[in-house]
Design a protein around this ligand. Structure first.
Ligand SMILES: CC(C)(COP(=O)(O)OP(=O)(O)OC[C@H]1O[C@@H](n2cnc3c(N)ncnc32)[C@H](O)[C@@H]1OP(=O)(O)O)[C@@H](O)C(=O)NCCC(=O)NCCS
Length: 148
């Protein structure tokens, strides 16, 4: 499988939408699209990388950006992985690693020296993959809500 990774463009919207919907199925498609169009307008500050196999088949994406602060990071601002997804049939062959490497290169070019990320406590695979790529757990959070 020959993987190419490029910065998202308008033409990637349908494939990106399909993958984004698999990562975050609780948003409706119109919500996704509105957010994605906003992101496309500011790729210089929130880059999106799309991975394709053999120049065509969409296999994964990474949405990145910067945040003023990330738990466990020393500096400010920090690069931040906002979304990271590889389609099931294409996992464990290095696509996720390649997407993260592209984003880390982008961060270095911006002069950033740290990258943060997060995932759900129960997402063991994501935690393992983050660890393998050099990301260490800095905090574990539990969110609460109470209806008033
Ligand atoms: C997390 C995810 C993006 C990883 O993508 P991937 O293409 O499978 O990752 P890679 O093949 O590049 O693997 C990167 C490292 O993680 C490790 N890894 C990946 N999946 C793993 C698994 N199921 N078990 C153990 N280690 C795993 C790999 O061994 C690799 O390390 P190595 O190169 O030293 O062997 C992918 O599993 C995914 O999309 N999961 C569902 C969505 C999700 O949870 N996203 C992250 C939340 S933000």
């Amino acid at each position: 499988m020959n993987i190419t990774i490029s910065l998202a463009q308008e033409i990637d919207l349908p494939d990106w939408l399909e993958m984004r919907n698999l990562l975050w199925p609780n948003h409706d498609k119109q919500e996704h699209l509105a957010e994605m169009r906003q992101i496309l307008l500011k790729l210089d500050v929130s880059p999106v990388f799309i991975a394709r196999a053999n120049g065509a088949t969409p296999v994964g994406f990474l949405e990145g950006g910067t945040r003023p602060y990330a738990d466990g990071a020393d500096g400010s601002p920090v690069g931040y992985i906002e979304g990271w997804y590889v389609g099931e049939p294409y996992r464990r062959v290095g696509v996720g690693r390649a997407l993260v490497a592209c984003f880390e290169d982008w961060c270095r070019e911006k002069g950033l020296s740290e990258v943060g990320s997060d995932t759900w406590l129960e997402n063991e695979i994501s935690i393992l993959a983050h660890n393998k790529l050099g990301y260490t757990v800095s905090e574990r959070l539990v969110h609460f809500v109470k209806k008033l």
